[in-house]
Ligand binder design. Structure first.
Ligand SMILES: Nc1nc2c(c(=O)[nH]1)N[C@@H](CN(C=O)c1ccc(C(=O)N[C@@H](CCC(=O)O)C(=O)O)cc1)CN2
Length: 286
């Protein structure tokens, strides 16, 4: 049976360290501030935003909430971002995705100052990641990397298969693994013989958003399986992108859903916000 990689426990440990850093900053008269912008009523987004607000409160980060109606225009949202970019109390700006259809997501993400882009989605931060000199790293893939490190997985020379090519998870996690000297294959909906590709992986990272698409029998015995999927099936049940029970029979280690990668996403958001406050404090002193 596989070792369960406990995202909640790893997240709790890192959140303790973050709370400590926030206390040290308070001693210097600095409180990290995160602006959280939610447009519309998407039920999952509302849950994630309230989890982010609570997490901020728990570690002592100032959380500045902006809940806007679904019919908000792109112009109004861009005006709010411009205001937040210039607000010295705010060290991080997060616009919860997805956005309603009338708003151009790329335009909005590009409007956020790269120095407050704690989601790491601005093309400047994406470029920094590509050249191996990251400023802000996107939270979910960053969390995956921390989980692998905490589990003692050394990626050097390993075959990593990433299933999914989203800008939020698939592409950045592939770049991060490459940076750690893994040999990375990115698979997607048009990949031929996905089972064979997954079967060759020392580490499988599933981020495709399809419930239990990665079959347990595909997993190479002894592989490490990281499941980024959070899919709601039926009324309440959450399942990942991997067939958990069957994959656990073969893997050396596996993340559960819930309680795996999910809690790390918000943890790394807190981390990025505190790092941003530290950087801005140094910048102000120079
Ligand atoms: N601006 C952003 N939007 C979105 C991001 C993001 O990183 N930035 N990621 C996802 C959603 N997300 C954070 O926003 C997120 C997803 C899942 C979890 C989480 O803790 N999941 C729990 C289960 C929670 C539940 O009961 O529903 C788990 O897996 O254990 C946190 C954050 C899309 N949008």
């Amino acid at each position: 049976m596989a070792q369960i990689i406990d995202g909640k426990a790893i997240a709790a440990k890192i959140r303790g360290e973050i709370a400590n850093d926030v206390k040290i900053l308070a001693g210097q008269g600095i409180q990290p501030g995160l602006a959280v912008v939610l447009v519309g009523e998407d039920p999952a987004s509302k849950v994630y935003v309230s989890m982010k607000e609570k997490a901020c409160q728990d570690v002592g980060i100032f959380s500045d909430e902006h809940k806007l109606p679904a019919e908000t225009s792109e112009t109004d949202l861009l005006a709010l971002i411009d205001k937040l970019n210039r607000d010295p109390r705010i060290h991080g700006i997060l616009v919860q995705l997805p956005l309603p259809k009338q708003i151009d997501t790329e335009k909005v993400l590009e409007a956020i100052s790269p120095t407050k882009d704690v989601d790491g989605f601005h093309p400047y931060n994406v470029g920094r990641l590509v050249v191996g000199k990251p400023l802000f790293q996107p939270c979910t893939p960053y969390g995956v990397m921390i989980m692998l490190k905490e589990t003692g997985v050394d990626l050097k020379g390993k075959d990593v298969v990433v299933v999914g090519r989203s800008n939020i998870v698939g592409k950045p996690v592939a770049l991060m693994c490459l940076q750690q000297h893994a040999t990375v294959t990115i698979c997607h909906s048009r990949t031929r013989d996905l089972a064979a590709k997954v079967g060759q992986a020392d580490v499988v990272i599933a981020a495709v958003g399809v419930p239990e698409m990665i079959k347990g029998e595909w997993v190479k015995p002894g592989a490490v399986v990281i499941d980024v999927g959070v899919n709601r099936v039926g009324d309440r049940k959450l399942v990942g992108d991997v067939e958990y029970a069957a994959a656990s029979e073969r893997a050396a280690a596996i993340t559960p859903v819930p309680g795996g990668v999910g809690p790390m996403t918000i943890t790394m958001l807190l981390y990025n916000t505190v790092e941003s406050a530290k950087r801005q404090a140094i910048g102000n002193r120079q």
